[in-house]
Design a binder for this molecule. Structure first.
Ligand SMILES: Cc1cc2nc3c(=O)[nH]c(=O)nc-3n(C[C@H](O)[C@H](O)[C@H](O)COP(=O)(O)OP(=O)(O)OC[C@H]3O[C@@H](n4cnc5c(N)ncnc54)[C@H](O)[C@@H]3O)c2cc1C
Length: 443
């Protein structure tokens, strides 16, 4: 099958008749609609499965793929389109998270770097290493020696592979760095990390789950789940019609909506106290030819990326506490101005013409500390030793496959042994879409 052919999961004639919500993927509009969400030929209504996943973000599709790969019967319900929530609003980086070294999250960094390697192998069309530049100016909180130490540790945690090498860019080459401000510049470091198209990755993992036999309905909003004997009876609305299915185990992978969805269950599963923290990205006119720039916001020294993205520059992100309905998260004027200021500070020739802005929500464990220093690990909350309900809280796009394995470890005692169909560490993801971010070949 070529990349331009529709995937079999996209050929369901019924899918166009289903109402989707009015929400839009960032960067799409009526003239540039997102590719359709992969759906199975067979509907979820009336099914009786081992595992029902609620939510078609990256954690949900990853869990569905892993459970189907292990040979279980699986269904997935997504209220709208795949990746409509946080999973199309990330910085689109498949990375260990250099900055997490500052908060000693070494295990997370090592695990993420390992996942980066796996994703480069199973999805080379969607995950690629690109150059990252870190400019260090006089008066910055993090001096050259600190950056060098951080990059050395990052390289060590990355297993000192070729891809983990970094270097200081000689002064004679600074002029080639996309108009980066060279006044008071002390050093520029270059290292390599991963970039993806988050929504495309999500659709590819979902298509893989379907190939492994998962039933998938998009535009299907779960409205209740009632435990009856050994099964959950789950009711959902699709195309204005109430439907239902049965499942032994539910994986609640609804990201920022996780506790709202848990409230729909009877009996109520245990929940995690969380804070939602909004993160905005803006798109400005212009291009970055050399790669991604990792800068520091002058106001508060937070890390901000300027990223080449589909012929434009994406700048992000912010951290704003959020308490409303997750469906209503929007960038604020202050966040937009903050990001425009950071971009203009480092690229003074750029007019910083704003083209669009969007926001997503991080799910962080409730705490008094600032969002920046809180752990980014995923937390799985199950109802007992042989759980019939598992809530997924937090995590990273990068770690979705590993998280899915952890989810399987938690629910395995509740399921009958099955005949494994595939190993997600080796299974290549379908080539539904081409990512148009990169102009040249892989690094
Ligand atoms: C600003 C920002 C930048 C980030 N950058 C990065 C990055 O560069 N790299 C990285 O690794 N990670 C990054 N992350 C983290 C990453 O994006 C998230 O961890 C990930 O996308 C979360 O996915 P999820 O599946 O848990 O949630 P979501 O993607 O939000 O998915 C939840 C889904 O549940 C559905 N849903 C809700 N209610 C119902 C219902 N009743 N019935 C059916 N479906 C329902 C929603 O429609 C939604 O599609 C970033 C996060 C943010 C906020």
């Amino acid at each position: 099958m070529s990349a331009s052919d529709p995937h079999p999961s996209q050929l369901d004639p019924e899918r166009r008749q289903v109402d989707r919500t009015q929400e839009q993927h960032p960067g799409t509009d009526a003239d540039h609609p997102p590719p359709p969400t992969p759906e199975s030929a067979e509907r979820v209504s009336g099914s009786d499965v081992d595992v029902l996943v609620i939510g078609g973000g990256i954690q949900g599709v990853g869990a569905a793929q892993a459970a189907a790969a292990e040979g279980h019967t699986v269904a997935l319900l997504e209220r709208s389109e795949a990746a409509i929530g946080t999973s199309s609003r990330s910085s689109k980086l498949i990375h260990g998270g250099l900055r997490y070294l500052e908060t000693y999250q070494f295990r997370l960094v090592r695990e993420s770097l390992n996942e980066r390697k796996i994703l480069q192998r199973v999805a080379p069309h969607l995950v690629r290493l690109v150059p990252f530049y870190i400019p260090v100016y006089k008066g910055m909180k993090r001096g050259p020696w600190m950056i060098r130490a951080g990059l050395t540790l990052y390289a060590l945690l990355g297993g000192l592979r070729k891809s983990a090498r970094f270097r200081s860019i000689p002064r004679s080459e600074w002029a080639s760095l996309d108009g980066l401000d060279t006044r008071n510049l002390r050093a520029v470091f270059r290292y390599y990390d991963g970039q993806t198209d988050d929504a495309a990755l999500c659709r590819a993992v979902l298509a893989s789950a379907i190939e492994l036999g998962a039933l998938v309905d998009a535009g299907a909003k779960v409205i209740s789940a009632k435990r009856e004997g050994e099964r959950w009876r789950v009711r959902f609305v699709r195309g204005g019609v109430e439907q239902e299915c049965l499942a032994k185990v539910i994986v609640n992978a609804t990201g920022p909506w996780a506790n709202r969805v848990a409230e729909l269950a009877d009996p109520k599963p245990p929940m995690r106290e969380i804070d939602l923290v909004g993160g905005t990205h803006i798109e400005v006119r212009g291009t970055l030819e050399q790669g991604i720039y990792y800068t520091e916001a002058p106001e508060d020294q937070r890390a901000v990326f300027s990223i080449p993205w589909k012929g434009r520059i994406m700048v992000g992100t912010t951290e704003q506490p959020f308490t409303g309905n997750p469906s209503e998260i929007q960038p604020t004027r202050e966040e937009i101005d903050y990001l425009l200021n950071v971009h203009r500070r480092y690229f003074p020739d750029s007019k910083g013409e704003l083209l669009s802005a969007w926001a997503g929500l991080r799910v962080l464990p409730r705490a008094e500390s600032d969002a920046f220093s809180r752990p980014r690990d995923v937390t799985l909350v199950g109802n007992g030793e042989r759980p019939s309900w598992v809530g997924v809280y937090g995590g990273k796009l990068t770690g979705y496959r590993h998280t899915a394995e952890e989810i399987l470890d938690v629910i395995r005692p509740s399921l009958a042994p099955a005949k494994r169909k595939a190993d997600t560490e080796e299974l290549r993801l379908p080539e539904l879409e081409r990512v148009t971010v990169w102009t040249d070949g892989p690094v």
